[in-house]
Design a protein around this ligand. Structure first.
Ligand code: TXA
Ligand code: MG
Length: 332
């Protein structure tokens, strides 16, 4: 396909170099695009109050305009500059989980440009815990709009190299802060419905949220005719380029692997059960999540024709990981 996006040099700076953060903050203030580490995945940041800068995020990612982006803040003053209403429940959740990997969907303030919110009345806000993200937001002095720093519908980046592979030539700077720790995207909870509603499972678990909120509803519990509350929750997302097949047991993986081998296919395997043919990830959901995207990026770069993935058990602790795997396994 012809390359339609105007190319520019993408600079990569290690965060421990003295010029890295001031350079990044100056670029953000000038309306440029900066990828930076958070505790979940790398974000592709722009000044959230500059509609043109936000528009360039969508162009760089090839992201549909109706898919709203998350605003990253570092402080109460910034928070109140982007939300119109701050309910007591939001305060309780923020006291417990911020800074951290929880995104809250709230009624937006009129200062937030329409393209941040997909034209809708709500805004997604998160106060990240990663020190580089916090310092960048503070130094730039503006709330930072940042989706994950990858082309739309591809795997999220957990290392600077992943960002470069996906977006080099399309963004101005990558701050390299090493691998991220949580490894999957933040939990997204909407407080804009009559009951708190989980739009995306993530590192903050349902059990943890329910200690603060009581029973929450899940996006699937909303009536089928309700407008899609998170327009970005397209089924296929976070997907490797190589076709993925999900298997419910180690035995299924072995059987499918043998069949595909016999047909001469090159097959990559990701499992939690020990097996010789596979990349084996830890059978613990938190440790698994930390490594998931990095392994998928490696498998995707490995010239395989198919990927087989053993699904972890269908238990609450694995909810977020299974969500990402199911999206990766949805055919394009
Ligand atoms: O961990 C994360 O959340 C990372 C880091 C960079 O912070 N960001 C991230 O952004 O995953 P993104 O754009 O890849 O995913 C944002 C999700 C999408 O599913 C989007 O639809 C939803 O949040 N979202 C954003 N604004 C929303 C809104 N106003 N209402 C409902 N959902 C919203
Ligand atoms: Mg994303």
């Amino acid at each position: 396909m012809p390359e339609e996006h105007p190319q520019r040099p993408t600079v990569v700076l290690p965060v421990d170099s003295a010029e890295a953060l001031p350079t990044a903050a100056a670029l953000l203030r000038a309306g440029k695009l900066v990828a930076f580490p958070t505790e979940t995945v790398y974000g592709l940041g722009a000044n959230a109050l500059d509609a043109q800068a936000v528009a360039s995020i969508f162009r760089a990612k090839g992201r549909p305009n109706h898919n709203p982006v998350i605003l990253h803040i570092a402080g109460q003053e910034q928070l109140f500059s982007v939300v119109a209403v701050w309910p007591p429940l939001a305060q309780e959740l923020a006291s417990r989980f911020w800074p951290g990997p929880l995104t809250l969907v709230l009624t937006k303030n009129e200062r937030v440009p329409a393209n941040v919110t997909g034209g809708g009345p709500t805004v997604a806000v998160r106060w990240p815990s990663h020190p580089v993200a916090q310092e960048l937001i503070r130094l730039s002095g503006v709330p930072v709009a940042a989706p994950s720093a990858n082309r739309s519908s591809e795997l999220s980046p957990t290392r600077a190299e992943h960002v470069v592979r996906s977006l080099a030539g399309r963004i101005d700077l990558v701050l390299d802060g090493g691998p991220t720790t949580a490894g999957i995207e933040s939990t997204v909870l909407s407080l804009a419905h009559d009951r708190p509603t989980l739009l995306r499972p993530g590192p903050i678990t349902v059990a943890e949220l329910e200690e603060v909120c009581g029973i929450i509803q899940h996006v699937g519990d909303l009536p089928a005719n309700a407008p899609l509350p998170a327009p970005g929750l397209l089924a296929r997302h976070y997907a490797p380029r190589t076709p993925v097949e999900l298997c419910n047991s180690a035995e299924d993986v072995r059987n499918r692997w043998r069949e595909m081998q016999q047909r001469g296919h090159r097959v990559g395997v990701l499992a939690i059960s020990p097996m010789a043919e596979a990349f084996v990830l830890p059978a613990d959901p938190v440790a698994y999540a930390t490594q998931l995207y990095d392994r998928l990026h490696q498998l995707d770069a490995g010239a395989y024709e198919h990927l087989l993935i053993e699904l972890p058990p269908d238990t609450p602790a694995w909810l977020a990981v299974r969500d990402r795997l199911k999206r990766a396994g949805t055919p394009a």
